[in-house]
Ligand binder design. Structure first.
Ligand SMILES: [Cu+2]
Length: 111
């Protein structure tokens, strides 16, 4: 009798895990964060999926920008500020800081 309940319990657990796992993976893929630390984008290359967002957060002490090389987005970020952009097509999207030409980064968007 006890073994039967254990089997039922295990089946319920397995069904629950199968149902929940894909949803959790999808939620995790929905956004990426690039921290701007004087004077770098971290990570310098961020990889996400089509439809995901990237949020740039300036955690440094001076103002920076995130400017798409292809003019897709353009944001100035004072210390403590953030900006998010949604990528709706696959490809590699390079960007830079208008104030500091040595600061460059890229977002790789995969299908
Ligand atoms: Cu900068």
């Amino acid at each position: 009798m006890r073994a039967k309940y254990l089997r039922v319990f295990l089946v319920v657990i397995i069904i629950a895990l199968v149902a929940v796992a894909p949803a959790s993976a999808a939620n995790l893929a929905r956004r990426g964060v690039v921290r701007i630390v004087d004077f770098d984008y971290l990570p310098q290359t961020a990889t996400i999926h089509v439809g995901d967002w990237i949020r740039w957060k300036n955690v440094g002490a001076v103002a920076h920008t995130t400017d798409s090389d292809d003019l897709l987005w353009d944001a100035e970020l004072d210390p403590g500020k953030s900006f998010a952009f949604r990528f709706t097509s696959a490809g590699t999207f390079n960007y830079h800081c208008d104030f500091h030409p040595s600061m460059i980064g890229s977002v790789v968007v995969v299908p």
